[in-house]
Design a protein around this ligand. Sequence first.
Ligand code: PLP
Length: 414
Amino acid sequence: MPRSLTAVDPDVAAAVADERERQESTLGMIASENHVSEAVLEAQGTALTNKYAEGYPGDRYYGGCEHVDEVERLAVQRAKELWGAEHVNVQPHSGTQANMAVYFAVLEPGDRILSLSLSHGGHLSHGHSVNFSGQLYEVEQYEVDPETGYLDYEALRERAEAFDPDLVVSGSSAYPREFDYERFREIADAVDAYHLADIAHVTGLVAAGVHANPVEHADFVTGSTHKTIRAGRGGIIMCGEEHADEVDSAVFPGAQGGPLLHNIAGKGVGFGEALEPAFEEYAARVVANAQAMADRLRERGLSLVSGGTDKHLLLVDLRESHPDLTGKAAERALQDVGVVVNKNTVPGETRSPMVTSGIRIGTPGVTTRGFAESEAERVADLVADVLDDPDDEAVAARASDTVDHLCQEYPVYD
Ligand SMILES: *Cc1c(COP(=O)(O)O)cnc(C)c1O
């Protein structure tokens, strides 16, 4: 007889149930998070976790791979339809591993990477000194214009000419504006460098056509599959046929061992869902909700990096409106009323990354719950109320009530 998780391990079962309840009863607004469907959850929790399948479909080191081959082929085929790439590798365990494999495919240790600085919205895996990428490669970083909060492409071009990189990275974790991938292509071509577009955050927006697609302007496109695309935890790499073998062997055996087929099953299911027409509507609403929040927060006197957003996230710069409130304290005050966001550095940051002067707010998760612009505006108002009076108990009680009400009206899982 099968024994349930609760019967076998009540401690882990209780922690899992508590986490599920936390997700139901709070508004998850961390921009990199989302809520996958029950079908993706089910696919991830399957016997596929038992299978070793080093290699690629039809070409494995182990027997018994005929069914997992089918799972991986489906995920690859759907990804090709979603993003229009010639070649797709769905095996990276995460977005960081996807970037690692691209670096391994075309760079030697000591080669040069030009990427966006972490405090201006970049990612650890783009060459930060605490990450392997900053330790193996020589890294130079570009920044946003301190006045406008937008990328300064002229400065980027000059920096590329001075530094002569082997690889230029576009893409970010906290830059609220679209990237001009064509300009990145031109700049990379001018210095004879590869262009990697890391679309980790915007995979879903690109797939839905809400955001520009870098596939034709980049040699490599990498992403995370658990963010806006809502396909469960993992990574993905896309490239042209000419780099297919290099990328595949950089993933396995270069950077990883056996693929996580249960996760690849989740990716395939999530990609299938994203091919449905309803996903386009979802992605458009993610952006509309973020813009509605941005408008309301600005009306309430808050400053946003770049003044607003083109995508699923906003970056609130507290320095002008609330000079004594740190990102850390703001995150804490919002969490106390059930709005889960993250503290975030802002361009020109003077506080440490553990304290910061900003918060990043994302709409993918609440939009999955069913929020439209009116709900997004209500949340913006309660965020502004709490930031204005972080120690006021009456304000906090009212905000908590609104969060409770919204969570009940828009459950994550029924
Ligand atoms: C999230 C993210 C990644 C990958 O993160 P993982 O946690 O490794 O999946 C890579 N690049 C950017 C820009 C990101 O935002």
